[in-house]
Design a protein around this ligand. Structure first.
Ligand SMILES: [Zn+2]
Length: 306
């Protein structure tokens, strides 16, 4: 737990905060018309998740999120609504959220929230029910462009939409998850994305928390790219994002390598999805795909991505 010491927030809250993403008051909208086979393809959600009542899980997540915000505020770590970076994140969320409901009809009722937490942790999360947080260590530390922030947000939203936390809860035998979550704070169930944290900082390596599985991570990458592309964000930014992650992790402790060797694989897998998502991006931008220029990040050592 000493690895959390960089975070200003103590104990369990710090863990909860580690991967939160935040959302504005965007409203989910009706499903858009879709050509058959358009976009990415993923399998069915596990029916095991039905063992855990959705309302209970979302209510518990909302409670934890409120507690997190309160504690962050006490630490002067909750960035105000007027902060430019908060406004930027909420503007991105406003574009992404309308594309959430195609992945999960319940999302139409979610009360989305997005907040920014001052913390060195490289982290973002979306809890069940659409409660998102970003950490400044990710947004500012990696100098995320709008496209890259949208890829992260899409990934975190995808965990919630695909109900990965609920599935984890069911597989852990937490049928009465709502009653137990408050006491133990199992991270992945609440949408805390330990994998992302670990990837960039090594922070997650010592945490005795339930993580999303590698399959969940891959699925969140794929679905997140689809959501971001439909919202008009360049999916190739996902490649740049993980290149930045890789560079930022070069000073991470050795356990990072053993616990998280997947960064390069994620880039390979994301590239495989580009043929499915680039047409969506081009359509939203209103231009022919072949006329799109390469994606350019904002740091010199990441080459343009075509
Ligand atoms: Zn994840």
């Amino acid at each position: 737990m000493q690895t959390m010491s960089k975070c200003r927030l103590p104990g369990r809250l710090a863990i909860l905060l580690t991967l939160a993403c935040a959302l504005g008051a965007a409203q989910a909208q009706a499903r858009e018309p879709e050509a058959a086979g358009e976009g990415v393809q993923v399998g069915k959600m596990s029916s095991l998740r039905n063992l855990v009542p959705q309302e209970q899980l979302e209510a518990s997540a909302a409670q934890q999120y409120t507690a997190m915000k309160q504690q962050a505020q006490q630490q002067n770590a909750l960035m105000p609504d007027s902060h430019p970076q908060v406004r930027r994140l909420r503007a991105i969320a406003d574009k992404l959220v309308p594309h959430a409901v195609r992945w999960n009809p319940h999302a139409a009722e979610w009360k989305w929230e997005i907040n920014l937490i001052a913390s060195k942790d490289v982290n973002a999360f979306c809890m069940p029910g659409g409660k998102i947080a970003f950490y400044t260590g990710l947004l500012d530390g990696l100098q995320l462009t709008d496209d890259e922030a949208a890829i992260v947000m899409g990934h975190e939203i995808a965990h919630a939409l695909r109900e990965h936390g609920r599935e984890r809860a069911a597989k852990s035998g937490l049928a009465n998850a709502g009653a137990k979550l408050a006491g133990i704070g199992l991270a992945a169930i609440l949408g805390i994305d330990a994998n992302l944290t670990t990837a960039a900082t090594g922070l997650g390596a010592n945490l005795t928390m339930l993580k999303f599985s590698r399959d969940d991570e891959s699925e969140a990458d794929v679905v997140g790219l689809d959501i971001a592309a439909r919202a008009g964000y360049d999916p190739r930014a996902g490649v740049a994002l993980w290149q930045k992650m890789g560079k930022s992790s070069q000073n991470a402790p050795p356990q990072w390598l053993s616990s998280h060797p997947a960064g390069q694989n994620r880039i390979v897998e994301m590239r495989k999805q580009l043929p499915a998502v680039m047409p969506l991006y081009a359509r939203t931008k209103g231009v022919p795909q072949k006329s799109l220029p390469p994606y350019r990040s904002n740091v010199k050592d990441i080459a343009p991505i075509s």
